[in-house]
Design a protein around this ligand. Sequence first.
Ligand code: DGL
Length: 298
Amino acid sequence: MRDLPIGIFDSGLGGLTVAGEIMRALPHESVVYLGDTARCPYGPRSADEVRSFVLQIGAWLVHRRVKMIVIACNTASAAGLALAQQVFDVPVIGVIEPGARAAVRATANRRVGVIGTVGTVASGAYSTAVRALDAGVTVYSVATPRFVDIVEQGLRMGPGALEDWLSHTTDVFVRPSFYEMARDYLDPLKRNGVDTLVLGCTHFPLLAPAIQQAMGSRVRLISSAEETAREVAETLGMRGDLAATGSPRTELYATTGDLAEFSALGARVLRRPLPEVIGVGTSELAALESGVVGEGPT
Ligand code: DGL
């Protein structure tokens, strides 16, 4: 068991921010990462549809013999974490609870902002998770779906890190429109006096410098990646399933979209080349769902 890989997935590339943090924290662990790029974005889809994607990809990862599943997507965690935990035999970790925990720890005035996709915000998952930890913290949530488009667009434009692209470009279209959009989205949170802002979408850490600039330097930004990596380490440690020190790491990346594009854009997120990328069809994934449906408690 200890030498099996950790399975990680997202609707696309954003989850690589979480995968990168897990690999940084746990250098001996092997990973299998699936980016469901062909069906990205998940944000505007119904919770039922996202839940079925969670079951399909979870089943695909289990077939690849992973020792744990990390749902590195807030939208998918909000919709499908509980179901995945009921259905699969391996531990399943999402990104919302770790993000909520980090926010509760960080806030001094107990006013926390959350930005995420329409699906994540509509689910109320962050409010519920924060309230479970500290009922005295007030959560202000705003759906910022266009930030996902900006990340996707930024990754497709030119070489270099996304942060460089956002901070260097003086392009008439990109910068003014980003800050205008950021103001519209974030001003209500600023007016509510939040001192902590959860980047409740795994795409958003790639926009952190620009979001920080829009929120002001006194607001603490929280990305759930680090806290999720800590929870992965703790859970594997408690179960005695951490890879042995010195184990060589293997990495396998899979996408439902275009292989070359995933490889090129993924390298921009991880800031290094991806060793191996394979393709997985969405029909192959859909066929796996029937094998898991009905297994869990209803
Ligand atoms: N990575 C997804 C999340 O964390 C956002 C992108 C999408 O809408 O699929 O919610």
